[in-house]
Design a protein around this ligand. Structure first.
Ligand code: UTP
Length: 297
C-alpha cells in the first residue's frame, strides 16, 4: 500500500527563533516570498500526497488561515484587477485537502505525531517537519516513497552526513550501507555527544512510518529535554520492525534556526525568477566591500 497521507507538525515553541517567533509562528516566516511551511506542503503535493494533516497549537491559527480561502483579500484583488496576485492567493487554498488538529501542549515531536492518530488511521504515512526545507528534484519525500515502494515495508528515515562536531544537534543512526544510499538502521540515538555518537549520519525532518508507531508513542515516557521524542519511539519500534536510512539527493535547510533560515533565503533568493539577478548583484557588491574592508584594516 503506498503512502498518501502526510503529517506536518507545526506546534512547537520555536525557541531558537525568538524573538521573531513570539507572536508569529516560525513556520510562517518567509523564505524570500513564501512561508517556510508552504515549501513543505508543496513538497508533499509534488510527491503525490492527497491529504495533509497539520498539527498546530496555541497562537498558530494563522498557519491554518494561510491555507484557507481569504474571501476579503480575493475580493479586493479582483476589484483592483490584480489578477496575478489573485491567482497566487487562490492556488494556495486549492493546493490539497488540508485537515488540521491541535496539539494542546507542545510536549515534543513524538506527542505532536500522536495527535494525528485518528486522522491517519491504520495506514503507513509520511511526516515532514514544518521547518526543514529540502531543495531536491525529485522531491525528497518522493525519493523516499520510491524506496519504500520497492521495499514494501519498513520505517524510512531521511538521513544526511553532518560534520562530526554537529552530531549533538540531531538524531544519529548506527547503520550499515546495503545498497546505493540505503542503510539498515541498527540503533538510533537522539542528540548524542560527539564521543557517544555511532556515526555522522543524521536524521533530518522526513519520515515514513507505519501506524504501529502510535501504540509505541502512547506508552512512551519523556526523553531528552523532557519531551516525548519521535526518535525514541522509532528506536523502540525498531527492535521488532525494519528501519532504514535513506541518504537523499538534495540540499537541506534548517529554517527553524536563524543561520539556516538566512542561508535558505540567500539560496532561494538567488534562484528566484524576478529577484535572483538583483540579489546576486547585491551579494557580489557586498562581498567586494567586505574584501576591501579587510584589505584596509
Ligand atoms: P523543533 O525541534 O524545531 O522544535 O521541532 P521547536 O520547539 O519548534 O523549536 P525550538 O527547538 O524550540 O527552536 C520540529 C518540528 O516539530 C514541531 C515544530 O513546530 C517543528 O515544525 N513540533 C515540535 C510540534 O509540532 N510539537 C512539539 O511539541 C514540538
Amino acid at each position: 500500500m503506498t503512502i498518501k497521507k502526510a503529517v506536518i507538525p507545526a506546534a512547537g515553541f520555536g525557541t531558537r527563533f525568538l524573538p521573531a517567533s513570539k507572536a508569529v509562528p516560525k513556520e510562517l516566516l518567509p523564505i524570500v516570498d513564501k512561508p517556510t511551511i508552504q515549501y513543505i506542503a508543496e513538497e508533499a503535493i509534488d510527491t503525490g500526497i492527497t491529504q495533509v494533516i497539520l498539527v498546530t497549537g496555541r497562537e498558530k491559527g494563522s498557519i491554518e488561515d494561510h491555507f484557507d480561502i481569504s474571501f476579503e483579500l480575493e475580493h479586493h484583488l479582483r476589484s483592483k484587477g490584480k489578477n496575478d496576485l489573485l491567482k497566487i492567493v487562490q492556488e494556495i487554498s486549492e493546493m490539497v485537502q488540508i485537515v488540521s488538529i491541535r496539539q494542546k501542549m507542545p510536549l515534543g515531536l513524538g506527542h505532536a505525531i500522536l495527535c494525528a492518530k485518528q486522522i491517519v488511521g491504520d495506514h503507513p504515512f509520511a511526516v515532514l517537519l514544518a521547518d526543514d526545507i529540502v531543495d531536491a528534484t525529485p522531491p525528497c519525500l518522493r525519493q523516499m516513497i520510491d524506496v519504500y515502494n520497492k521495499l514494501g515495508k519498513g520505517i524510512i528515515l531521511a538521513i544526511k552526513e553532518v560534520p562530526r562536531e554537529e552530531v549533538y544537534q540531531y538524531g544519529i543512526i548506527d547503520g550499515e550501507l546495503i545498497e546505493d544510499r540505503l542503510y539498515t538502521v541498527n540503533s538510533l540515538i537522539e542528540k548524542p555527544s560527539v564521543e557517544e555518537s555511532p556515526s555522522n549520519l543524521a536524521v533530518i525532518g522526513r519520515y515514513l512510518l507505519p501506524p504501529e508507531i502510535f501504540e509505541v508513542l502512547e506508552g512512551l515516557p519523556p526523553g531528552k529535554g523532557g519531551e516525548i521524542q519521535l526518535t525514541d519511539a522509532i528506536a523502540r519500534l525498531g527492535e521488532t520492525y525494519p528501519v532504514y536510512g535513506y541518504r537523499f539527493r538534495g540540499e537541506r535547510f534548517d529554517a527553524g534556526d536563524k543561520m539556516g533560515f538566512f542561508i535558505a533565503n540567500v539560496k532561494f533568493g538567488l534562484k528566484h525568477p524576478e529577484l535572483g539577478p538583483r540579489i546576486s548583484e547585491f551579494i557580489l557588491k557586498t562581498a567586494e566591500e567586505i574584501q576591501k574592508g579587510y584589505e584596509t584594516h
